[in-house]
Structures are given as C-alpha cells and as structure tokens.
Design a protein around this ligand. Structure first.
Ligand code: PGA
Length: 904
C-alpha cells in the first residue's frame, strides 16, 4: 500500500483518461495500513499483496500491458488470499473515509440560506418559505434493507479513525487522552485489521433495531434541534418542526416473517426509552443551571404556580422557584417513564407526580420557564439555548423518537380479510369476488360498528400475526401517542380494494372509526412499484379519494400519502422506463390530489445504487416535478447510505440541510421549462422509454434461459447467505425474476461489474431516435433528464464489460451464455457510445472530475477481487464447499461492495 504514496499524487498514463489525482489522506492512511499488514501479517504477505496492488495499478494506468502480467493471485495460499481480500477491503474503507472528509470540507450541495437567496432572486420571500415549511413535512425514514455489508464494529473503528484525523487536522500531535496521534491511528487501523469482517451469526430484527437506535440517539437526536436553531436565524422566525424522523425497523413485515408484534413493541419501547432518558438528563442539567433566586429576580405567577405544584419542600430550594419548578417537571417525566416502562428510571425522583398525558403538556411547562426568564434582562435569559433546544426536541421527537411505519404485502391482507369474512359468516369466498364486489363489501364493513374477529374463533397463523400487529399498533398509540405510528404502507398495491382491506384490518383494533365522521388513527398508504401499477396509480388513488368516508379521514389529517418504489419499477421495466414512469406517475397523482383539494405527500422508496433510485438526494429532489413536492416528502434511507450520510453529526447536518434546501427549491423555484418544452420533452421521453422497455423486457423476461444465466453468472446465491439482514432474499421459493427481491438483483449485477439495472436499454433507446439535437436540448434545460444521465454515467464508469465477460464464463451452457452475454455486451457499447455522443464528452464523467477520480482510484483494487471471486465461485460450485472457500467468496463480496460504495 505504501507505494501508492510515491507514485500517484498525479499520474497520467498512456491513456489520458486514466490520470488519477490522489487525496493526500488516502496516501497517508494507505501507508499506515501497509505498515500494519507488515507488522501483523509478516513481510512476505505484505510483499505479495503489494505486488498484486502495484501490478493492477500499473495496468490501469497503461504502464504495463494487460495480459502479459500475472498479478500473482495464483501464488497465494488460501489463507493469504483471505488476507489479501481483507487488505484491499480496508484500503477501500480508508479511501472512502478520506473522501468523506474531503466532502465534509467541500461546499455542501446547498444550505437553507442559499436556497433562500436563490428564491429571493425569483421574488419568493422568506415568509413564503416559512409558511411552506410550517405546513410541510420532510422525513428521512430509516429501513433495515439488507445492503450494509460491514459489521457495526468495523464502522465504529472507521469512525474513530475519522475522529483522530480531525485531531490531526487541528495540528495536535497528541489526543486528549495523551496518546500520540499517529500511533493512535495505527492502533485503530490495527484493530480494523484484526477484526473479523464477516458476521458468523444471522442478524435478528433486534440487532437491526439497536443499530438504527445508535443513529437515532447519537446523530438525529442532537442534530435536528441544532439545525432548527440555525434555521430560526435564517428564516427570522421559529418554524414548526417540519423535519422529523421515521423508521421501518420492527414494523416492515413485507416478506420478513421475523417481524411480529414483538418486534413492534421492542422497536417502539427502545425508542421511547432512549428519548425519555435523554429528556431526564437534559432536565436534570437544567435544574443544576437555573439557580435563580426569588430574592434577586422577579418571578411570574405562572412559574410560581409551577414551582408550588411540584411540592418540592426542600429548604435549600425555598427561594429558588426555577429549580423547584424543574424538580416538578423531572418528577412528572420520571412518572411518565415509569408508566411506559413499568419501572423507575435509573435516577428516580424523590417527589410524587402525575405522568404527562402528552409531549405537548411537557413542552408547555418548559415554555412557562422560558416565559418567566423573558420577564427580565431583555431576553438575555430567555434565549437560553439548551432550554430552547429541549423544547424543540420535544416538539420533534415527542415520547416516541421516530414515527414507525407498518408495511405488509397486499397479497397477505387479501388472504387475512378473506379469512375474517368467511369465519364471521359474512362472505364465504371473498377471493372469488370481482373488484367492484370487493369494494362494495369492504365499504359496507368499514361503515359497520360490528367487528369481524372474535376471541371465540380460531384463525390461521398468518391471520393471528396480522391481527396481533393491528392490536399492537393500537396499544402503541395509547402508550406513546398517535405520532408513534401514522402510516401503513401496502406493498404491491394494484387496486382500490388493496387499500380498503387495510382500513378494515385497522378497524379491528379501533384504528378506523366507522362513525359519521370516519377517523383513521393510522392511514393506509398505497405503494406502487411495477410499471403497470405506476400507470394505474392515479386512477386507483382517484377512486380512493372519491369515497366520502376516506375524504373525511384525509381532510382531518390535511394530507394523504402515496409511496412510489424505485427498485421494483426498475427491475420490472429497466432504468429509463422506471425513472420516467415515476416522474409521470407523480405528476398525474399530483393532479388527482389537486382535483380532490387535498395535499399529496409522496414517499420515495429508494436505495443507494442507481438501479434502486440512488445517486445524489439533493439532485434527485430538486429534479422532481414542482407540483409533486410542495413542502412534503418522505424518503427511505437504508444500509450503507445511512452509514455514509449520517456517519457523524456534522455530515448528518450537511445532508439534512441539503435535503431541506432541495425540498424548498423543488417546491417554490420557478419551473425552468415552458409548457411547450415540457410537452416536447415528455413526448421524446415516451418514445425513449418505449424503446428501452422493449429491449429490457425482451432480455430479462422474454429470454427463456435468462433466470438460469443470471443465477450462474452472478454471486446471487452467495449474497443470500451473507448474514446482512434479518429477512430472506426472496419473498417466495420461486426462481422467477419477478419474485426475487430488488436488492439482491441489483447487488448481484454490481458484483459482476455489469450494473445492468442502472443502464440496460438506454443505448437502444437513444439509437431509436434521430433527433440527438433534442436530447442535447433536454440535457441543457431539464434537471430530470440531466440527473438521470449523470446517474447512468456513474454506473457505467463503475461497470467493466471485460471483467463481466469473465463472470459470464461461469454460465454452463455455452450457447446460452454467448447469446445472452452477447446481447448485454452489445447494449453496453451502444449505451456507452450514445452517452458520449449526446453529452459531447470524450470519456465518461469528463466533467465530474471528483467522481471520476474517486472511481478510477478504486478500479485497480476491485479487479483482482473480481478475479478471485470468480475463481472461488468456480471452486465452490464444483463441490469444494469448505468454509474457507465460502468465507473467501463472502469476503470478496464485502470488499467489492465497500469499494463500489453502494451495494445493492
Ligand atoms: P423492498 O425494497 O424489496 O423492501 O421493497 C426494495 C429496495 O429498497 O430496493
């Protein structure tokens, strides 16, 4: 690793496009890693790894010719091969860390202040922005989608290294603990080297809950109130808490039989525990600080009343009304904790008190303190930051911390409803009914005060599980308040009855009231995820909103939500058709909401990889059609994306601020396109999408051998046994691509360096048109098109068709392989050439130097890993199934995913 340092500060190989500028931190950390490998693995190991590394780097730079050199992989023993993979993986981890530091210090995408400046130039004032936000909601929603390959222990070591690098930046040679910084760094890298990277045990939902909780507690809880503090200054007034946190972990049971009502209780209980303990600590600290004596300051009657209500009779505090009031608040909080947890908090109160009925009650008492402080000293005291921050924290996180969504597949609901209707003697065969008959029956049941389920009847396991979830949700509302669970997402929504079935199940637990003014304690949210479903979405939602009982419930909330799925639409129709259907579908949905006169809230289900809607969130939100945002957006955040975007409080603050700025801009910025241009561009997109769709479908769904080809060519089955998530890789046992989950689909193609979901079909689409001028016009004028092409370029730059050809050799049937891989290769070249032709670049990412550098730095490290992975897969599949071979495959998967920076 050491030699990287000497050679690659700036090198131009024979091929100009392979010039790589290297970040000095990468050289520094690479040198430390090299030393650690030598010290712990021995000189021979170090030299062997170094030989592979330098040969690969030289080959990439064109300094030596490709085929002539044996990179030395074959000379490695089995143990050395595993060490080599770990070495390359750690190098990538450290390179990622160094790059993240660079982006931390670089200009962020945009701040709210900058967004306000841009809008000011268009005549939009701060008041309009504040009004939008007051009525808005921006919510990142953490999910446990299985794409984070690294163990939490490895990520924690990495974060410690980042902290030490910050100490070094400040010019200190010693850490606050008195260690020499360079030695401490070497020690942390050594810990990384000596930590087993693979999980031996499978993950349970409880592990996923804990991992998410660490981000909620250490990052979101302190960062959000800090951001609001900054924004109050920018907006010139205090906005409502529009930025909040959501989670799916413990509530998302779609295809995950391990999520039950116990997971729901665990997730909510742990979150509430965390936030209440945080409040107790903060209130305790306030009490220590607010030592104001009534002998030296005036006290408002409200504060005096609050102090008296505390019954704090301590003579030491007799003249300290603030402290007495705070003792009372502390006692009520402690009682609240006990009411929810069934035990006293670690630092109990000495006073007897009633629990708070709601977070609002707690915050009103804190507000009384602010008002009392405001009475004197011209606001000097009432601006007390910790107190204001605490009030903001309570407003944002309540007693629940994160809003937990429920999610299940429509197929499950349908069966459960059918069973309930049959056992109650209402309808023996619900599944045989037509859609209209189903809707009529469901509406009748929704209006009825009688329930379907009965404690005297027995139900299938699935029905029991689903009913238990509904009752668990009602229990959570009673314990933590309605903000704890607000939405029930329905995967694979196809028709109106899918929505009504969920309302009916919620009704069984009292979460839908069939009164004259129907009320939905939890609102159903349709998730549209195939191309056909996205096309149908506006019609389904229109019918839903036309039902008076639904409109009453929606109007009461002020909005309804629709979720759109990026990965499944991509798997169904290919990249271009997916992004275009999502864009068009969202616009059509916005029109349906406008017609109904209620706010739409779109929930974007996206992942890290481009094939799953990944890419820059700032660019993606900003490129949304204006009518679809309007201050409201929810977005999934998952796996490696959480670890990257929320690694430290500062990185998290930058990303959350960018998300907010993008939402404000997407809602209020003037549309760059005239209606006429929009029409011309949309017509072109329709044509491109059609051509791309035909090419994609004819390969993935119409070629009879494709499922076998895909399974043999990629490490799909090996990914399924990685132990990176609690849920199975497929919803069913079938081999069909339709039934495979989108994550392993995208993940497998990335490992084999094809990245097919990010580009396949685009080449054919562009070749189908003569009008390249129009495409260039679209790039210049339309953020949606530009962002889509940027994403395709990024994916293509990470793909390598020569390496994928080696993976294709794993396919047993030669004829099938030549035919199917031939199609992929031809389309790859078509797409690559088309992209250069319409962007006018001579090589991919020519105008995005930073990203190009980042990718090119990694490529020489990925290629040997790919070769080793192929070799190990070959051995494993021919019967060499010993643990080391399996570990080797899993390690290469980890290392390649780490180097590519997004997994699935
Ligand atoms: P899902 O997620 O399979 O849980 O719907 C897909 C994704 O996030 O890519």
């Amino acid at each position: 690793m050491e030699k990287v340092a000497d050679k690659t500060v700036r090198t131009t190989g024979t091929n100009g496009s392979r010039s790589v500028e290297q970040n000095p931190d990468i050289r520094f950390l690479g040198r430390i890693l090299g030393d650690v490998i030598r010290r712990f693995g021995g000189d021979t190991l170090f030299r062997r790894i170094e030989y592979i590394r330098s040969t690969s780097v030289d080959r990439y730079r064109g300094l030596i010719s490709g085929d002539a050199v044996d990179p030395g992989l074959a000379a490695l023993s089995q143990d050395e091969a595993l060490d080599f993979v770990r070495g390359f993986m750690l190098f990538s981890m450290l390179a990622n860390l160094a790059e993240d530091r660079q982006s931390e210090s670089a200009e962020p995408d945009a701040t709210l202040a900058e967004a306000l400046e841009i809008l000011k130039g268009e005549g939009v004032g701060e008041d309009q922005v504040a009004a939008l936000l007051d009525d808005g909601l921006i919510m990142p929603v953490l999910t446990a989608h299985p794409t984070e390959v690294r163990r939490k222990s490895m990520i924690d070591h990495k974060n410690r290294i980042a902290d030490l690098m910050r100490v070094r930046d400040q010019g200190h040679s010693e850490t606050p603990d008195g260690e020499r910084v360079e030695e401490a760094l070497a020690r942390q890298v050594a810990f990384l080297w000596l930590t087993r990277p693979l999980r031996r045990e499978r993950l349970f939902v409880a592990d996923e809950v804990e991992t998410a909780l660490s981000y909620m507690r250490d990052i979101f809880l302190p960062v959000l109130p800090r951001l609001y503090g900054r924004w109050e200054g920018v907006l010139g007034r205090r906005p409502k808490s529009f930025l909040r946190l959501g989670s799916w972990i413990g509530g998302d049971r779609d295809g995950n039989p391990n999520v039950t009502v116990d997971s729901l209780r665990l997730a909510l209980g742990r979150s509430s525990d965390t936030v209440l303990l945080y409040y107790l600590d903060e209130v305790h600290a306030l009490g220590a600080e607010l030592s104001i004596s009534a002998e030296l300051a005036n006290v408002t009657p409200q504060l005096r009343a609050l102090a008296d209500r505390s019954h704090d009779a301590s003579p030491a505090r007799a003249d300290e009304p603030y402290r007495r009031a705070i003792s009372g608040i502390y006692a009520r909080l402690a009682a609240t904790y006990e009411a929810k947890k069934g035990k006293e908090p670690p630092r109990p109160s000495r006073l007897q008190a009633e629990p708070y009925a709601s977070p609002a009650e707690f915050s009103a008492e804190l507000q009384a303190i602010v008002e009392a402080l405001a009475c004197e000293g011209n606001g000097l005291l009432s601006a007390h930051a910790p107190l204001r921050r605490l009030i903001r924290t309570v407003e944002t996180f309540g007693f629940h911390l994160a809003t937990l969504d429920l999610r299940q597949n429509s197929n499950v609901h349908e069966k459960v409803v059918a069973e309930l209707l049959a056992t109650a003697g209402v309808q023996p065969d619900y599944l045989a009914l037509s859609e209209d008959e189903r809707v009529a029956l469901l509406r009748k049941e929704l209006g009825s005060e009688r329930l379907l389920s009965s404690p005297f009847l027995t139900y299938s396991e699935q029905t029991q599980t689903e009913l238990a979830i509904m009752h668990g949700a009602a229990e959570a509302h009673a314990l933590y308040g309605p903000a704890a669970i607000q939405y029930h997402v329905i995967s694979k929504t196809e028709q109106l009855s899918d929505l009504l079935e969920v309302h009916l199940l919620l009704k069984e637990a009292g979460l839908w009231s069939p009164t004259k003014a129907p009320h939905a304690g939890i609102m159903a949210v349709p998730l549209f995820e195939t191309i056909a479903d996205l096309e149908r979405a506006p019609e389904v939602v229109r019918k839903w909103l036309q039902l008076p009982e639904i409109m009453t419930a929606v109007t009461e909330r002020g909005h309804a939500e629709v979720m759109i799925g990026y990965s499944d639409s991509n798997k169904d129709g290919g990249y271009l058709t997916s992004v275009w259907s999502l864009y068009k579908g969202s616009e059509a949905l916005a029109a349906v909401f406008a017609e109904a006169g209620v706010h739409m809230q779109l929930f974007h289900g996206r992942g890290g990889a481009v094939g799953r809607g990944g890419g820059s969130s700032f660019a993606a939100i900003r490129a949304q059609s204006k009518v679809t945002v309007q201050g409201r957006i929810r977005i999934t955040e998952q796996g490696e994306v959480i670890a990257a975007k929320y690694a430290t409080p500062d990185i998290a603050a930058t990303n959350l601020e960018a998300m907010t700025a993008a939402t404000v801009l997407a809602s209020l910025e003037q549309d760059e396109l005239s209606e006429a241009d929009h029409g011309r561009f949309a017509a072109m997109m329709d044509r491109l999408s059609q051509a791309s769709f035909s090419e994609y479908r004819s390969l993935v769904y119409d070629e009879p051998g494709f499922p076998t080809f895909f399974r043999q060519m990629t490490p799909l089955s090996e990914i399924a046994t990685l132990n990176i998530g609690s849920r199975p890789a497929s919803r069913t046992k079938s081999d069909r691509i339709e039934d495979l989950r989108a994550i392993p689909w995208v993940f497998s193609w990335a490992q084999a360096r094809v990245m097919l979901p990010g580009w396949y079909g685009v080449g054919s689409a562009v070749s189908s048109t003569q009008d390249l001028g129009l495409l260039r016009e679209m790039i210049a004028a339309w953020p949606f098109f530009r962002t889509s092409l940027d994403n395709i370029a990024m994916v293509l730059a990470k793909s390598d068709i020569a390496i994928s050809a080696r993976y294709a050799e794993l396919v047993e049937d030669e004829k099938m392989r030549d035919h199917l891989f031939g199609r992929i290769r031809d389309e790859w070249h078509r797409t690559h050439d088309a992209l250069l032709e319409i962007t006018g670049e001579t090589s991919l990412l020519e105008r995005n130097r930073r990203l190009r550098n980042s990718i090119q730095l990694r490529l020489p490290y990925i290629e040997p890993l790919n070769h080793l992975q192929i070799e190990l897969m070959r051995r494993f599949r021919s019967g060499e199934t010993d643990q080391k071979v399996q570990d080797g495959i899993h390690l290469t998967i980890n290392a390649i995913a780490t180097a590519l920076r997004n997994s699935g």
